[in-house]
Design a protein around this ligand. Structure first.
Ligand code: FRU
Length: 603
C-alpha cells in the first residue's frame, strides 16, 4: 500500500459517490455492517473522532473472522482518518462487523453517526505533516499512537527500532510492533508494520536478538523477537524473521511462557558463557523482575527474582533491560538492571530507575550501601523519559539506549493529533564512580548526533555572567544544540533561559551550592491539557571538577539537557506557542562562562 503520497482525498470524498465500494447496513442500535470492495482500492480510510469511545470492528473475510480492531469511529465530526490495508484481501469478500458502544435508543440515531458517510476506499493516504509540534529530528510515527520503543537490534549497519504502535488512531489501542530503521541514528525511515495482533492477543513490548547459532530452530542468524501477547492475561510469545527484521513469522507453539499473574515485556539475551538464553520479565504488579533461562527460547526455567520491596515501588514494574558494562572505562565490569516504573517516578508518573550489581546467570543482586540498603537511581531526571531499553547486538560493545519521550500521566492528551509521542535522542550508556563511591550510569548523546550540528549562530567565550542577563539569538525555527562550559562561583545559581515573544519560557538552572541542575517548564507554553504538565524537574549534576559542561538539544516540542557528559540528563517535552528564539544567560553571583555556542540543526 502507498502511505506517503500527499493527496488528501479522504476527508473530501462524498460518501455516497462511493456506494459501490462501501455499503452500510444497520442491524440495530449499536451494530452495523460495512461491506467493502477490496477491488476498489488499496486502503479503506476509517473516520476517527478522538473523543468518541472505541467501536469494535471484526473484519470478516469470506465470512470468517480475520482480525479484530478497535477504532474511535466518528460520531459527530471527523478529526482524521486512518488507513486499513485492503491489499491482502483482493479477490475476497470483506465485511466489517462493527459494534459501537453508544448510548442510544433507536437505529435512527445510529444512522446519524458521521462515520458511515465517511468510510472511503483510496489508493493513497496523506501522511504530510500537519502538526506544528512534530519534532524535526526525533523519531516519530508517520501517524497514529506510539509508546515504548522495543525489540531494537543492530545488524549490518542498520539500527532497527520497533515500537508500541496503534495504526488505527492516536490514542493507545491495538498494540502492534511498528518499525523504523536508521543507518546513522539521526534519520529514520518508516518501514511496514512488523508484528500484528493475533488470536492470542495484541503485541506488547519485548525484545529481539540475532540467533547466531540457530538454537531456536528458526535458522542460523534468524532475528528472534519475544513479546507479550496481551488479552485478558499476559503471555510471552516468539516470532522470527529471516529477512533481517523486515517481516516476522509467529511461532506456531505460542505462547512459550505463561504465569498465573501479570508478567510482561520480555528482555532476553544470549549468554556465551553457558550457551543459554537468559530472560528478564517484569512481574508488573508484584514490583519485581523475574529471571529465566532456556536452551532454545521455547522452554523456560525460572531461576530467580529481584525487586520485592527494593527501590521505587509506587508503580508497576515494566520494560526491564539487563546488560554489563565496564566501570570508568576500566576492566572492572558491573551489571545494570533497568526497571521502568509507572507511576512513582521522581516527578510524578513514569520514569526509568536502575540498579547496579551482579548477575550470576540465575538472578540479579544489587550493590548495597555501607548500611546495607539499596539506593534508588534514575537514568533521567526529566518527566518525559520512559520505557527506556537498549539495542541488542550493537557494534563495538556499545549500549545504545532510547526512551519514549512522554509520560503516562498525559501522553494521550498532548496537543497533537495526527500522531502522538516521539522517542528521545539515542544515548550511550556508560558507568562511572561518583565522589560518594557509588557507581552510576551516564547517558551521553550518541556520537552520531554530532552530524546534527550546523553552523554556530551564536558564540561567546570567557565572559562573565551576572545578574543582568546576556542575550543570544537562537535560530528562528528554534531548533538548536546549545553547548557550554562554565565555572560557577560559590553559591551561584546560573540560569539559561529559552524564551519567545509570547512570553513562553523554559529555564535551565544550575545551583552551585548543591550541585543540582533544574529544568522549569511551568511557563513553557501550552499546558492546559492536564494539570500535571507544568513542572520543575531537577537532579544531581555530578560536577567533578570546577567546570560544568552542558549540551542542550531543543526540538519543536522537547528539551534534552545533558550535563557533564551525560552524568545527569533531564528530558522534558514542551509546547511553546511559537519557537523559543532567545537564550538569556544570567547568574546570581558573577560566574565565568568559558564557552557558549548555539548551533543550528542540519536536517
Ligand atoms: C509500558 C507498557 C508495557 C507494555 C506496553 C503496552 O509503557 O505498559 O509494560 O508492554 O506499555 O503498550
Amino acid at each position: 500500500m502507498k502511505i506517503a503520497a500527499p493527496i488528501a482525498i479522504a476527508a473530501l470524498m462524498p460518501a455516497l459517490a462511493l456506494a459501490g465500494e462501501v455499503k452500510v447496513e444497520h442491524l440495530g442500535t449499536n451494530n452495523t455492517l460495512v461491506r467493502v470492495s477490496p477491488e476498489a482500492g488499496e486502503l479503506l480510510l476509517m473516520p476517527v473522532q478522538e473523543s468518541n469511545d472505541d467501536a469494535r470492528i471484526n473484519v470478516l473475510v469470506d465470512g470468517k473472522l480475520d482480525r479484530t480492531m478497535y477504532v474511535r469511529l466518528a460520531k459527530s465530526k471527523v478529526d482524521y482518518s486512518v488507513p486499513f490495508d485492503l491489499t491482502p484481501y483482493k479477490g475476497h469478500d470483506v465485511v466489517l462487523d462493527i459494534v459501537t458502544e453508544q448510548n442510544r435508543s433507536s437505529v435512527r440515531e445510529a444512522k446519524d453517526d458521521v462515520c458511515w458517510r465517511n468510510f472511503t476506499v483510496s489508493d493513497t493516504f496523506d501522511t504530510t505533516n500537519r502538526e506544528k509540534y512534530r519534532p524535526a529530528y526525533h523519531h516519530t510515527p508517520a501517524y497514529g499512537w506510539m509508546n515504548d520503543p522495543n525489540g531494537m537490534f543492530y545488524a549490518d549497519g542498520v539500527w532497527h527500532l520497533y515500537y508500541q504502535y496503534n495504526p488505527f488512531g492516536s490514542k493507545w489501542q491495538n498494540m502492534t510492533w511498528g518499525h523504523s530503521t536508521s543507518t546513522d541514528l539521526v534519520h529514520w525511515k518508516h518501514e511496514p508494520i512488523a508484528i500484528e495482533p493475533d488470536g492470542i492477543g495484541t503485541i506488547f513490548s519485548g525484545s529481539a536478538a540475532i540467533d547466531s547459532t540457530g538454537s531456536a530452530g528458526f535458522g542460523k542468524n534468524a532475528v528472534v523477537a519475544m513479546y507479550t501477547s496481551a488479552s485478558r492475561s499476559q503471555m510471552q510469545s516468539l516470532a522470527a524473521s529471516n529477512d533481517g527484521g523486515m517481516s516476522f513469522t509467529k511461532f506456531n507453539g505460542n505462547p512459550v511462557l505463561t504465569l498465573e499473574s501479570e508478567a510482561r515485556d520480555p528482555n532476553f539475551f544470549f549468554d556465551p558463557a553457558t550457551g543459554e538464553w537468559k530472560l528478564v520479565l517484569a512481574h508488573a504488579l508484584d514490583h519485581e523482575m523475574l529471571f529465566f533461562t532456556s536452551p532454545d527460547l521455547k522452554t523456560w526455567t525460572l531461576t530467580g527474582s529481584f525487586g520485592k520491596g527494593i527501590g521505587a515501588q509506587d508503580g508497576v514494574w515494566e520494560c526491564p533491560d539487563l546488560f554489563r558494562l565496564p566501570v570508568d572505562g576500566t576492566g572492572t565490569q558491573k551489571w545494570v538492571l533497568l526497571c521502568n516504573i509507572n507511576p512513582g517516578g521522581p516527578f510524578g508518573g513514569s520514569a526509568t530507575q536502575y540498579f547496579i550489581g551482579e548477575f550470576d546467570g540465575k538472578t540479579f543482586r544489587a550493590d548495597t550501601l555501607a548500611d546495607g540498603t539499596i539506593p534508588t537511581k534514575w537514568l533521567d531526571y526529566g518527566k518525559d523519559h520512559y520505557a527506556t531499553v537498549t539495542w541488542s547486538d550493537a557494534p563495538e560493545g556499545r549500549r545504545t539506549a532510547i526512551g519514549w519521550m512522554s509520560n503516562w500521566q498525559y501522553a494521550a492528551e498532548v496537543p497533537t493529533m495526527q500522531y502522538r509521542s516521539a522517542n528521545t535522542l539515542p544515548r550511550e550508556i556508560s558507568l562511572f564512580t561518583a565522589p560518594d563511591g557509588q557507581i552510576y550510569a551516564a547517558s551521553e548523546p550518541s556520537p552520531e548526533l554530532l552530524a546534527l550540528r550546523g553552523k554556530a549562530v551564536a558564540k561567546a567565550s570567557g565572559f562573565s555572567a551576572g545578574k543582568s542577563a546576556r542575550d543570544f539569538a537562537m535560530p528562528a525555527n528554534g531548533l538548536c544544540e546549545i553547548e557550554s562550559t562554565l565555572t560557577p562561583a560559590k553559591d551561584a545559581v546560573i540560569t539559561f533561559t529559552l524564551s519567545n515573544s509570547k512570553g513562553n519560557k523554559v529555564s535551565i538552572s544550575y545551583n552551585q551550592s548543591d550541585d543540582k541542575l533544574a529544568v522549569d517548564r511551568t511557563a513553557s507554553g501550552e499546558s492546559s491539557f492536564i494539570e500535571e504538565f507544568p513542572a520543575v524537574t531537577a537532579g544531581p549534576a555530578f560536577t567533578a571538577g570546577k567546570e560544568l559542561s552542558l549540551r542542550v538539544f531543543v526540538d519543536r516540542s522537547s528539551i534534552e539537557v545533558f550535563a557533564n557528559g551525560g552524568r545527569l540528563v533531564l528530558t522534558n517535552i514542551v509546547f511553546p506557542e511559537e519557537p523559543y528564539t532567545t537564550l538569556s544567560v544570567s547568574s546570581t553571583v558573577k560566574s565565568k562562562i568559558n564557552s557558549l555556542k548555539v548551533y543550528d540543526i542540519n536536517i
